[in-house]
Design a protein around this ligand. Structure first.
Ligand code: TYM
Length: 326
């Protein structure tokens, strides 16, 4: 039997090349080897205020982007998280096996609390428990994510081990899968910060116009050293090199050689061109899919049916173990 993968992305803004290089591109490479389940994690998105109409449109567009990036609906289960009630049901149970102290240490909670100081809601705090439920419901062996999700993965493992310790083997304790390149794409205007859907200035969106992509790379923060080499402390150059390599599948050494003796202008132009070329077919496919909403609906409905079947099985086991009458 194939091992299983689960991963998801929040429909909380425009997908960035960080999401693509850190997550989706790796997913596409794993599809043949694993049984794959990918969710549009809409329940997670409302921990931050969302405009209902925009959220609705983003959910369907995100599914279309999954497919446009090369995920084959024939080979993987794709669904909307809110269509599978077991996510919130398991989340309640696991909330009772997760400590306040653990959740207080989550850096994403601390970051988002700072950015949304007027809306530090309970959902934002318990968000990692919902994420653990997403993964454990499907008994995923592997969770391909970017580096920023490592802490949540660790918590997922701790909660699974704790539950297994009390009730006997119930959950598979999942491993994270972090790609060799692209796991940490940084903001182009401040390369000490993660590129994020919610910080538009230094991010490049998957569906961004070529001219705008070129402009953003040309303006990307570098340094005054004047040569292209991956070196400690050179956040801007290191980030651009990483983006180039994750996009073209070249090694850092190959890229350094390619840009030997060249200035930052040529370097930035080449990265922008590589990114534009990579995104062009994705953007075209996304446009085509968005004109076929019936098809997209059939994918997420079919996906929810399959996901529900698996999730219900796990939830029943958990309910039995904790002593509920099932
Ligand atoms: P989210 O929606 O913030 O990001 C989705 C995926 O993209 C990766 N990522 C990045 N990788 C490299 N560089 C970046 N700048 C960058 N920004 C984002 C993330 O690591 C992630 O893999 N909590 C999750 C969503 C989630 C989930 C899950 C993931 C909910 N349930 C279960 C895996 C399994 C999140 O907010 O990702």
């Amino acid at each position: 039997m194939k091992k299983r993968i689960f991963s998801g992305i929040q429909p909380s803004g425009m997908l960035t090349i960080g999401n693509y290089l850190g997550a989706i591109k790796n997913w596409t490479k794993l599809v043949d080897e694993y049984e794959c389940i990918f969710s549009v994690v809409d329940l997670h998105a409302i921990t931050v205020r969302q405009d209902p109409k925009e959220l609705n449109e983003r959910c369907i567009s995100l599914l279309a982007q999954y497919i446009a990036c090369g995920l084959d609906p024939e080979k993987c289960i794709m669904f909307m998280q809110s269509h599978v009630p077991a996510h919130t049901q398991l989340s309640w149970v696991l909330n009772c096996y997760t400590y306040m102290g653990e959740l207080s240490r989550m850096t994403q909670f601390k970051d988002k609390s700072e950015r949304h100081a007027d809306n530090i809601n309970a959902g934002l705090f318990t968000y990692p428990v919902l994420m653990a439920s997403d993964i454990l419901l499907y008994n995923a062996d592997l969770v391909p994510v970017g580096h920023d999700q490592m802490q949540h993965l660790e918590l997922t493992r701790d909660v699974a081990e704790r539950f297994n310790g009390i009730y006997g083997d119930t959950f598979i304790v999942p491993d994270a899968y972090i790609g060799k390149t692209g796991a940490r794409v940084m903001d182009l205007s401040d390369p000490t910060k993660k590129m994020s859907k919610s910080v538009p200035n230094g991010m490049v969106a998957l569906l961004e116009e070529p001219a705008s992509i070129m402009k953003k790379f040309k303006r990307a923060v570098t340094d005054s050293m004047g040569y292209v080499k991956f070196e400690e402390g050179r956040d801007g150059i290191n980030n651009l090199l990483s983006i180039y390599c994750a996009t073209t599948s070249k090694t850092i050494e190959e890229a350094e050689k390619e840009f030997e003796g060249k200035g930052y202008g040529d370097f930035k132009k080449a990265i922008a061109e590589a990114v534009i070329a990579e995104l062009e077919p994705i953007q075209a496919k996304h446009k085509e899919l968005m004109d076929n909403k019936d098809y997209l609906e059939s994918i997420y409905k079919n996906g929810a049916q399959k996901a529900n079947e698996i999730a219900q099985g796990t939830l029943k086991t958990v309910y039995e173990k904790v002593g509920f009458i099932v």
